[in-house]
Design a protein around this ligand. Structure first.
Ligand SMILES: Nc1ncnc2c1ncn2[C@@H]1O[C@H](COP(=O)(O)OP(=O)(O)O)[C@@H](O)[C@H]1O
Ligand SMILES: [Mg+2]
Length: 352
C-alpha cells in the first residue's frame, strides 16, 4: 500500500496552461524519449518499430469492443490469477481507459494520488498499478461540481473528467506507457521489473488502442465480449484491427453469458442461448471470423460476488472460494485460472 503521507497529495489538475508536449506535467529531466505517433497513412506503413515497455518482459492487452462487458473486472482478476500461477510471476496493471478509469476502485486504491509528477506504480494486493486517475485530483472535481445530496458518495479522482483533446490524450498515453517506472518496488532475487503487464484498454477501436498497437511490442491480446448477436460487429472490428496491427490475438473471453442458479444449479444462458451450440447465432458469427473453437479461451459466468469484490476493491480471484463442483464462484475461478494459464502458455516462449 501507499505510505500514509502520499494519500491525499494533490499533484495535478487537467485544467490550466499545460502544454501538449507534457500533458501529465512530468519533471522535464525525464530522459526516456517517446516515440512519435504517425497521424497519416495506412495502418502500418512508415511506422517506427514497435518498442518494449521499459522494465516489462511481456505485455497482455485486455480489450473489449463495447463498454460495460467486464473488461476491467477481467483485467484485474487476470493480473491476480497470473500472479498466483506456480511460476510466481511479477504482474502489474496499466489502466489506459483514460476517460473511464476503474482499476483504482477494483484494486482498492480509490482516491490514491501520485506524489509530484511521478509515474511510480502504486501497489495493492501485491500488484503494482498505474492509472490516469492517480494523476487527477478529486479536489478539482468536487470544487467544480459540489454534491447537493448529503447521502451520495464523495467524488473520487475517478470522477474527475479528462477533458483533453486528442493530441494531449495521445501524449499522456505515451507517457503512461513508456515513462512509468515498473522497476520501482518490484524485485525478486536479482531481477526487477515485471514479467507481465496487463493493460486495460478503453472500449472500442479508437485512437488509444490503435496507438498502443502501433507503438508497443505486444505479446497477447484478449477481447472480452458478451455472447450476443449485437456484439458481433463490435468484435469483428476489434479482431480486424488487431490483425491489421499484426498483434498476437490469443482469443475471446465470453463474460456474463450465463449464470448458475443457486437453487436448481442449472446454467441459464442470458443472451441468445448456449454459445457452445453450433447453431447459435453468436457462435456462427465468431466462426466466420475464425475466432471459434479454441479461440474462445474462457466463458465466465455472471457471479454476484465477482461484482461485489470489485466494488470493495478486492478482486474475486484473490478472495473467492466456492464450495461444490457447480458452485458459481468455483466455476468462475476455474475459468479465470484457465484463461491465465492459456495466456501464459502462449506468451512464455515469445522471444521478440
Ligand atoms: N462475471 C461477472 N459477474 C458479475 N458481475 C460482473 C462480472 N463481470 C463484470 N461484472 C460487473 O459488470 C460491471 C461492468 O464491469 P467492468 O469491468 O467495469 O466493465 P468494462 O470495463 O468493460 O466497462 C461491473 O459492475 C462489474 O462488477
Ligand atoms: Mg472498464
Amino acid at each position: 500500500m501507499l505510505p500514509a503521507g502520499l494519500w491525499r497529495r494533490r499533484i495535478f489538475t487537467a485544467s490550466g496552461s499545460r502544454k501538449h508536449e507534457n500533458p501529465l506535467g512530468l519533471p522535464s529531466n525525464n530522459t526516456r524519449s517517446l516515440p512519435q505517433i504517425p497521424r497519416r497513412g495506412p495502418i502500418s506503413r512508415g511506422l517506427p518499430p514497435k518498442r518494449k515497455i521499459p522494465n516489462v518482459k511481456r505485455v497482455v492487452l485486455v480489450s473489449s469492443c463495447k463498454g460495460g462487458v467486464g473488461k476491467s473486472t477481467i483485467a484485474t482478476n487476470l493480473a491476480v490469477s497470473l500472479s498466483l500461477l506456480p511460476q510466481r510471476l511479477r504482474v502489474g496493471i496499466l489502466d489506459l481507459d483514460v476517460f473511464g478509469p476503474s482499476i483504482p476502485t477494483l484494486m482498492g486504491l480509490k482516491n490514491v494520488e501520485e506524489p509530484d509528477g511521478a509515474l511510480i506504480p502504486i501497489t495493492n494486493h501485491s500488484i503494482p498499478t498505474m492509472s490516469m486517475a492517480y494523476l487527477l485530483s478529486s479536489a478539482s472535481h468536487s470544487s467544480s461540481s459540489p454534491s447537493t445530496n448529503p447521502d451520495s458518495e464523495p467524488p473520487t479522482n475517478e470522477d474527475t473528467p479528462v477533458v483533453w483533446r486528442g493530441l494531449m490524450v495521445q501524449k499522456a498515453v505515451q507517457q503512461l506507457l513508456f515513462q512509468t517506472d515498473w522497476s520501482a518496488g518490484v524485485s525478486q532475487g536479482a531481477s526487477s521489473g515485471l514479467d507481465i503487464l496487463v493493460v486495460d484498454l478503453p472500449p472500442g477501436t479508437g485512437d488509444i488502442p490503435l496507438s498502443v498497437g502501433q507503438l508497443v511490442d505486444v505479446d497477447s491480446t484478449i477481447i472480452i465480449t458478451t455472447p450476443d448477436v449485437l456484439s458481433l460487429s463490435d468484435v469483428r472490428r476489434g479482431v480486424s484491427m488487431f490483425r491489421k496491427l499484426e498483434i498476437p490475438l490469443t482469443g475471446l473471453v465470453i463474460n456474463n453469458g450465463y449464470f448458475i442458479c443457486p437453487n436448481c444449479t442449472e446454467r441459464h444462458y442470458l443472451f441468445g442461448g448456449n454459445p457452445n451450440d453450433s447453431e447459435n447465432m453468436f457462435t456462427k458469427g465468431v466462426k466466420a471470423m475464425g475466432m471459434d473453437g479454441d479461440r474462445i479461451i474462457g466463458e465466465l459466468p455472471l457471479v454476484v460476488d465477482v461484482g461485489r469484490g470489485g466494488e470493495k476493491g478486492i478482486p474475486y480471484a484473490l478472495s473467492g472460494r466456492g464450495v461444490g463442483d457447480n458452485d458459481p464462484g468455483k466455476v468462475w475461478l476455474a475459468a479465470m485460472t484457465s484463461v491465465a494459464e492459456r495466456i501464459w502458455g502462449e506468451i512464455q516462449f515469445n522471444t521478440n
